[in-house]
Design a protein around this ligand. Sequence first.
Ligand SMILES: [Cu+2]
Length: 149
Amino acid sequence: MKNLRQAGIAAIGILLVSASAQAYTAGEPGDATKPARIAQVTMTEAEGKMLFLPNRIEIKKDEQVKFMLRNNGELDHEFILGTTAENLKHAESMKKNPDMEHDDPNGRRLAPKKTDQIVWRFTQVGEFEYSCLIPGHREAGMIGTIVVK
Ligand SMILES: [Cu+2]
């Protein structure tokens, strides 16, 4: 498992096109049948900006979190969990392919007024993020910080 994880980190580009490689720096997909802390995250646009509410969430290591996502905006938005480096790399590949489908467990794309969920377990202390990688959205403010203590 450890080797698989390291290989996944080294080959993050491959990971993006291969949903079968399951390795995430920010933790691992959770178990929806187990209790989880609820974190509501709303995506929206306001006054020329795009944002997540809230844009900072603190979590305890090994805590399982259920992100209850809601898109209150007029545009599609995404919620992609990862490190900043992973998300920036992912954002680059989305510039080449803006309609890229995500079926990775660490991300969702929501149409306006839609809701969705991600259950995730954070297994490492550190700072991670969630961002919307649709071209221009991260730059417009769609980034949030996750602090795992
Ligand atoms: Cu967005």
